[in-house]
Design a protein around this ligand. Structure first.
Ligand code: NAI
Ligand code: 13P
Length: 320
């Protein structure tokens, strides 16, 4: 089946490079000047410098042409996905859509699959998520990801259509678990970055990571997720990667908060809005997500790291 990737950032470009090994791929970028530059120079200088784009990868700013493919992968940041899907529904509805972003929409609280389904009611929608840095995928390094699709048959088809020799896909029908694992691990990465940035130590980070995992499970299981999904690549796997690597933008954003340094506002940091959306959801649901709330407080500048850590440490002692 023909494949197009919509979104010419780091991840979209990396996926297009990897999938080009399997057959013809089209990469759509919204800015015509960027598409022309990438097509001519065979590199995405802004988002994925140093990675040569294969000669047979088609790069275009023409969405009508790109959306002609059978499978459309959407690698647009979460907070832009709803507007993009609404504005471009005529190109997307009725197609097979694979959301490749992580997070919760700040206004609706929905994840990527729900957001796409709202705007494109006749599309068949899946989610590709898990521990993977764009640069690793583009270099062809071994990577394991989760392909989540409520329709088991379509999920199996996509698993086989999108796997490559280096990109090993596991499938699940638990879209809620894969969505919330991928969304909330970025919140925990901000918390872990802030912990290290403020000089609070690696022991503290291990506690934040572990108790953060407990929060991810608490919210996801409440929403109907399967525990195994949270323990898998899309949950625990991505949590470990993102909370321990300076390649992660969410972790680096946390580091900057902890060091009281400025951070490039144009950078995609999905965990910031997701922390706010998840904290609101937890309040509505009446559950306690103290690390998520602390990260929302840091993002909204209501708290500094010392106050956030005080709030966590002064809670009543409890069973693990
Ligand atoms: N970079 C990575 O290593 C990974 C990223 N992801 C996820 O992929 C998603 C995208 O992230 P990146 O590609 O890294 O971000 P990026 O910041 O590198 O690129 C974002 C891209 O989206 C485009 N874009 C922004 N608003 C748009 C709109 N309204 N319509 C169309 N295009 C728009 C930008 O032009 C840019 O090409 C995020 O949800 C991220 O969590 C997932 C796994 C790995
Ligand atoms: O999702 C990712 C790794 O799996 C990428 O992390 P960042 O968005 O924090 O860079």
């Amino acid at each position: 089946m023909s494949v197009a990737v919509l979104g010419g950032g780091a991840f979209g470009t990396a996926l297009a490079v990897a999938l080009s090994q399997r057959g013809p791929v089209t990469l759509w970028c919204r800015a015509p000047a960027q598409a022309d530059d990438m097509a001519n120079r065979r590199v995405n200088e802004r988002y994925l410098p140093g990675c040569t784009l294969p000669a047979d990868l088609t790069i275009t700013a023409d969405l009508t042409a790109a959306a002609d493919a059978k499978i459309l992968l959407l690698a647009v940041p979460m907070q832009q996905l709803g507007r993009f899907a609404r504005d471009e529904a005529s190109h997307l509805d009725g197609k097979i859509l694979v959301a490749c972003c992580k997070g919760m929409d700040l206004r609706s609280g929905a994840g990527p699959v729900e957001t796409l389904a709202q705007h494109c009611p006749t599309a068949r929608v899946a989610l590709l998520t898990g521990p993977s840095f764009a640069r690793d995928i583009a270099r062809g390094l071994p990577t394991g990801l989760t392909l989540a699709c409520a329709d088991a048959g379509l999920g199996e088809t996509l698993q086989h259509q999108l796997a490559t020799p280096a990109l090993r896909l596991y499938r699940t029908t638990d879209v809620i678990g894969a969505t919330l694992g991928g969304a909330l691990k970025n919140v925990m990465a901000i918390a872990c970055g802030a912990t290290i940035g403020a000089g609070l130590g690696e022991s503290a980070r291990a506690s934040i990571l572990t108790r953060g995992f407990a929060e991810m499970q608490r919210l996801a299981l409440l929403k109907g997720a399967v525990p195994q999904t949270l323990a898998g690549l899309s949950g625990f796997g991505d949590l470990v990667l993102t909370c321990t690597s300076e390649q992660s933008r969410n972790y680096r954003f946390g580091l900057a908060i902890g060091r009281d340094e400025a951070f490039d506002a144009s950078m995609t940091v999905e965990g910031a809005a997701t922390a706010q959306a998840a904290a609101r959801l937890a309040q509505r649901e009446g559950i306690d997500l103290p690390i998520t709330s602390a990260v929302a407080g840091l993002v909204e500048k209501r708290l500094d790291v010392a106050q956030a850590m005080d709030a966590l440490l002064s809670r009543t002692l409890k069973e693990e």
